[in-house]
Design a protein around this ligand. Structure first.
Ligand SMILES: Cc1ncc(COP(=O)(O)O)c(C=O)c1O
Length: 372
């Protein structure tokens, strides 16, 4: 079967696609979760649900997160969303007015940037390096900027792969307190660490000002459109005032009920362990292939988790290289797509989760021909 997604790539090995492999999606797992859920004859799952999600779902999610984060996660702090994208938009709708200042990393998640732009804030970029956001640069910017919120991807960043160090996290929350802004921590890759142990989610450092975002898109399936916000009760109280929720109730109660079964039965946990192993191997395969075949002038960061490898090609323009790459049958995301200011034209992003190891090796062989 040729999927819609495969058709979009026009037969290329498209390393620009930052998504899970279609062949790894949890068919059997979701079938079993659905059978489990329908075994409990509970008509409520097909009805409107509370704005934040049901107490049962939030309870199961908190148990799963507590187990995997190694710290207790309070179900009263959880708000079920239609994924992290919805969470970003919902937060903006409640806390940011048109023209307010929002600060974001340069570069950032390119489609997240679009969600921000849709609400017309003033967007101010903050520089980053291999340790994530440059919080000293942020401090200098705060001498003249008054942001309502800072949007950050503090772990296994999209596109750079960087994880914000603990020292920088502490400084960021201290700045938020001093200058009175919220931190929206997009932590959709928090549970996808392949090397070492990751810092805990950002809300641990400041439970009042940080909103930690998570998503089942990265650990189960994007089509479920299910995620969560972990935030302080006054923040949650503001989120539930949203008109869409007042009218429509909680996010996707039916899907949430199926996922609740995946959490309750251990299906989600087993699947997470399995894909983490597959992604770790794919990540290693891509790094090894790049090390073997690339000109040493081209450098790249070795990710410890997430989906991406971020490359630097000094003196080259990756947008110009794209047509040549497509002609060879391979694709990548030019760095400019992830830039807030239209820069980073000497960078590119590769994703290692969409293809298997053999395909990754073929793709990197083709890519090396173009880049070297
Ligand atoms: C940093 C980041 N945030 C959010 C998303 C989208 O998440 P969701 O599918 O939960 O809306 C992605 C997906 O690529 C991402 O990389």
């Amino acid at each position: 079967v040729t999927s819609r997604l495969q058709l979009q790539t026009e037969g290329r090995l498209e390393l620009a696609i930052g998504q899970p492999d279609l062949r790894l999606l949890p068919f059997d797992e979701l079938r079993a979760s659905t059978v489990h859920r329908f075994g409990i004859r509970e008509p409520e799952i097909m009805h409107y649900c509370p704005y934040r999600g049901t107490a049962q779902m939030r309870g199961k999610l908190s148990a799963f997160l507590s187990l995997n984060y190694g710290i207790p996660i309070d179900p009263e702090r959880l708000f079920i969303t239609n994924g992290a994208s919805h969470a970003i938009d919902l937060i903006l709708s409640r806390f940011v007015r048109e023209g307010d200042t929002v600060m974001v990393e340069e570069p950032t998640y390119f489609l997240g940037l679009q969600i921000l732009r849709d609400r017309y804030p003033r967007i101010v970029p903050v520089p980053t390096d291999e340790q994530g956001m440059d919080v000293d640069a942020l401090e200098r910017l705060l001498e003249s900027e008054r942001p309502k919120l800072v949007y950050t991807i503090p772990i296994h960043h999209n596109p750079t792969g960087a994880t914000l160090s603990l020292a920088r996290r502490r400084k960021l929350v201290a700045l938020a307190k001093k200058h009175d802004f919220l931190i929206v921590a997009d932590e959709v890759y928090q549970l996808l660490t392949y090397e070492g142990s990751p810092p805990p989610p950002m809300q641990v450092l400041d439970p009042e000002r940080v909103l930690s975002l998570g998503s089942f898109s990265k650990i189960l399936a994007p089509g479920l459109r299910l995620g969560w916000i972990d935030a302080a009760p006054p923040v949650i109280a503001e989120l539930v005032r949203c008109g869409v929720h007042q009218s429509g109730g909680g996010s996707a109660p039916f899907v949430a009920a199926l996922v609740e079964s995946a959490l309750e039965t251990g299906i989600q946990q087993e699947y997470l362990v399995r894909i983490r192993d597959v992604y770790r191997r794919r990540c290693h395969t891509m790094i090894a292939a790049l090390e073997r075949s690339l000109d040493p002038a081209i450098t790249f960061a070795r990710p410890e988790g997430g989906f991406f490898v971020w490359m630097h090609l000094p003196g080259r323009n990756t947008e110009d290289l794209l047509a040549k790459a497509h002609a060879e049958g391979v694709g990548f995301l030019p760095g400019k797509r992830a830039s807030v200011v239209g820069g980073l034209s000497d960078r590119l992003r590769l994703c290692f989760t969409f293809y298997d190891e053999r395909e990754i090796e073929s793709a990197i062989r083709l890519l090396a021909k173009v880049l070297n």
